[in-house]
Design a protein around this ligand. Structure first.
Ligand SMILES: [Fe+2]
Length: 388
């Protein structure tokens, strides 16, 4: 007998080129008067931020900007953001940017209007009991400017615990973005390397989510459609960055992949979270390098799932080796390095990273249980690069 489940996703989504234009109208509809824009330090001077500010001003809204979120957001940065939110008596967070900006915005929402500690919201713990009538979470609007993270539809956020040097997932079931704006025009000028790396992150989300064991047909359907869109449009967008159809396909694909991993992720993310927390590497790039090694470990015995993914991706070879080969070909087209050593990760961190990755929430949903030693070996292979 299949277990009972509650399906509560996704959220209201405004998709289409130019939808950012409507931000003033959306704020009125959500009864927002004084938003705090949250973005990452790298986006503070990018055109999409000035565009957002201009649209808000034109709509008569007052706002402030908090842009001190680093690529791997720190708990201390979230604390400062909460102070800014409270001091400015804001009523909404508009999280705009890549995954780190949106994770930062979501994490600020979790603690801005209550007295709980950020780490009380850790995914593995029982969620804090909050009377959201008395202490409502801020209104939250998410606006992704990369097609990769899929962070726009959920309240989960990966935040680095500065004292522990580890990344943890935080979350509360009652915090959901009130609106996600998917405007592909915002992604047109994303640099080519970030286009590839964030796109590879989306690909990894869809693959890892679909491989998570268990009955979750809505997530699985999202993962397969995401794979269809991403495998079609990622090579196109890399070769033709101004192609708005390709940018649109990638933005929707990454959003669906983001919804699908409500079901969980796997060892690629477990390892990547800990490498990122220690070495501040780009998340999607780290995933992309690790992906083939983890697929070789996970896929044996998963013929049926591999066949379904291959069909979604329109591959002629539905075998496990065909799937891995095709993934490597795609990563090669995106000029992804073949080893973590090429991005500065030393081999002697393998044991330490393995110990940390083993307790990452993404490791718990990996389809094949890995021992500490197996995990260490996967990390060594990812650092050194695979050789037959
Ligand atoms: Fe990811």
């Amino acid at each position: 007998m299949l277990e009972s489940q509650d399906w509560t996703f996704p959220i209201p989504i405004a998709f289409g080129p130019g939808r950012l234009e409507e931000i003033g109208k959306f704020c009125v509809e959500l009864k927002v008067k004084k938003p705090l824009i949250v973005t990452d330090s790298g986006s503070a001077n990018l055109p999409f931020l000035s565009e957002l500010k201009e649209k808000l001003s034109n709509s008569g809204l007052t706002f402030e900007v908090y842009s001190k979120i680093s690529p791997n957001p720190l708990d201390t940065e979230i604390g400062s953001g909460c102070e800014k939110y409270r001091e400015g008596t804001h009523d909404c967070v508009i999280a705009i940017g890549g995954g780190s900006a949106m994770d930062g915005g979501k994490a600020i929402c979790l603690t801005a209007n209550n007295e709980f500690d950020l780490w009380d919201f850790e995914y593995e713990k029982k969620p804090p009991e909050i009377d959201t009538k008395l202490y409502p979470f801020p209104k939250l609007i998410t606006i992704p400017t990369t097609a990769g993270t899929g962070a726009e539809t959920e309240s989960t956020a990966m935040i680095t615990h500065t004292n522990k040097g580890m990344k943890f997932c935080i979350f509360h079931p009652k915090l959901k973005p009130d609106l996600a704006i998917l405007d592909p025009v915002l992604t047109l000028n994303l640099p080519l390397n970030l286009t590839a790396w964030t796109g590879a992150d989306a690909l990894t989300h869809a693959i890892e989510a679909f491989l998570v064991p268990g009955f979750h047909p809505t997530c699985d359907a999202m993962a397969l459609e995401a794979l269809s869109l991403i495998s079609k449009w990622l090579p196109v967008v890399y070769e033709d960055p101004q192609n708005l159809n390709a940018r649109s396909g990638m933005l929707v694909g990454s959003c669906l992949a983001g919804v699908s991993f409500l079901k969980g992720l796997g060892l690629v993310h477990a390892i990547s979270h800990m490498i990122g927390a220690e070495y501040n590497t780009q998340h999607g790039l780290t995933n992309a390098i690790i992906l083939p090694t983890v697929l070789r470990f996970n896929l044996p015995g998963m013929e049926e799932k591999v066949s379904r993914m291959s069909q979604s991706m329109n591959l002629t070879d539905n075998s496990i080796s065909g799937f891995i080969g095709n993934t490597e070909t795609l990563l090669n087209r995106l000029e992804i390095p073949k080893s973590l050593s090429e991005i500065g990760i030393p081999i002697n961190c393998s044991k330490r990273i393995a110990e940390k990755a083993l307790i990452d929430s993404a490791a718990a949903t990996n389809p094949r249980k890995a021992s500490a030693l197996e995990l260490e070996n996967l990390i060594k292979q990812s650092i050194a690069g695979f050789s037959d």
